[in-house]
Design a protein around this ligand. Structure first.
Ligand code: ZN
Ligand code: ZN
Length: 412
């Protein structure tokens, strides 16, 4: 049985509306997408209206235009950001009546080779202006979802040896497989997968580990969890009461590191794309939660500037465990896109923590959250540290340990 590309795109779009967003009748939907993804956007829009959406608004972006800013923009351009647009987006999400879909698929190396100083200024200006939006997203004020679309530039980046048409076909095939869109009933497949992640989350929450201990090539560190940490994964109920799957695909269970309790050395195992620049071969040393020494084999300037964004950018805001046998890892493809690569391997993220990963955050002041070890920053950047050679132990409050992962796989 072979399904046509158009059928698969349609199933993927339906999956996004039903399982990703769980869009409700009467909701609006805001989509951002690369212009090359217009065919997918149209099918998503079709399924959104079928689900009873009152209005679908799409903002298309064009990576060639993004590049022109670096080639032609005047100096003041690199401190500019469309705050008026982001404020409008925040207004849309604030009452939970507008859902948010981000379709990504830009060239991961679009801005590689541009002046790191300009990149850093532009990223900072954007992050600052985007803060009202990211706060509403990370606190799950509305139902949201991120998915990927194959675009010619991303496909060429992932499969440099293939002609564009074949590269596009290969990337779409990988996307359909990893998202389960190629299965007979993708929505049911996601319900089953999400239930399995919820079972793992429940087990992790019952353990009440004080810390995790990691050992792998170039990695030897201890990561303390906040005392009232909450493991999460799979579908989440947003504050407007809707169960959504914020990332498709997702394979992770994740929680909150204590911003002052991380010590040791960490080496990344896959490249990451940060705002159009590739960073690879990260090696850092943590002391009392802070990166005190850090370098990268590729994109070192961008990496250094990223962790200097603010104090929280050099501390951890997320810890996630992903088995090495995840379908994304099994695909053998390095996507150079965090949505996929972070679900191929256990990872950590510097920067902003997710409020859902600590009990009681809704009633806490910013000072209380900080005192309990929750990290805050303008950035949230995931990097992959998992591999088939990584061992992870759970550490209990009394110092006793037990094996949690061996050679990248769950022990039980
Ligand atoms: Zn994650
Ligand atoms: Zn993350």
């Amino acid at each position: 049985m072979s399904q046509s590309h158009a059928q698969l795109i349609d199933k993927y779009a339906e999956l996004t509306i039903k399982a990703g967003l769980n869009l409700q009748a009467g909701q609006q939907l805001l989509i951002t997408a690369p212009i090359e993804a217009v065919d997918l956007v149209r099918r998503v829009t079709h399924h959104a209206y079928q689900a009873g959406a009152t209005l679908v608004t799409t903002l298309f972006n064009d990576e060639q235009a993004a590049l022109m800013r670096y080639q032609l923009g005047q100096d003041a351009s690199f401190d500019a950001a469309p705050g008026w647009l982001f404020n409008g987006m925040a207004e849309a999400f604030r009452d939970g009546k507008c859902a948010r879909l981000a379709i990504i698929g830009e060239d991961p190396a679009l801005l590689s080779g541009q002046d790191p100083e300009k990149l850093s200024r532009a990223n900072r200006a954007r992050s600052r202006a985007y803060k009202p939006v990211i706060e509403l997203i990370t606190t799950f004020t509305t139902n949201w979802c991120i998915i990927s679309a194959a675009t010619p530039s991303h496909a060429r980046n992932v499969f440099p040896g293939l002609p564009e048409e074949q590269a596009m076909a290969a990337l779409w095939q990988a996307i359909f497989k990893c998202t389960r869109a190629d299965q007979p009933d993708p929505v049911a497949a996601w319900a089953a997968h999400s239930a399995a992640l919820h079972a793992r989350v429940k087990r992790m929450n019952e353990k009440r580990y004080a810390a995790l201990k990691y050992k792998g090539p170039g990695t030897d560190f201890t990561l303390g969890l906040v005392d009232d940490h909450v493991w999460a994964g799979g579908g989440s109920v947003s504050r407007n009461g809707i169960l959504c799957n914020p990332n498709i695909p997702t394979e992770e269970v994740f929680s909150m590191p204590h911003r002052e309790r991380v010590d040791g050395v960490v080496r990344s195992t896959k490249p990451l794309s940060y705002q159009g620049s590739l960073i690879d071969g990260i090696e850092v040393t943590f002391e009392k939660g802070r990166i005190v020494k850090g370098t990268a084999a590729k994109g070192a300037d961008v990496f250094r500037k990223m962790i200097e964004t603010d104090d929280g950018a050099a501390r951890l805001g997320e810890v996630a465990l992903v088995p090495h046998s995840s379908p994304i890892s099994a695909s053998g493809i390095v996507f150079n896109e965090t949505l996929y690569d972070e679900n191929a391997a256990s990872h950590i993220a510097v920067g902003q923590a997710y409020a859902q990963n600590m009990a009681g955050t809704a009633e806490m002041s910013a000072e209380e959250k900080l005192a309990k070890g929750m990290n805050t920053s303008l950035v949230h950047v995931d990097w992959m540290i998992g591999s088939g050679e990584l061992n992870v132990d759970g550490v209990f409050k009394d110092g006793k340990t037990e094996p949690l992962m061996r050679k990248g796989e769950w022990v039980d």
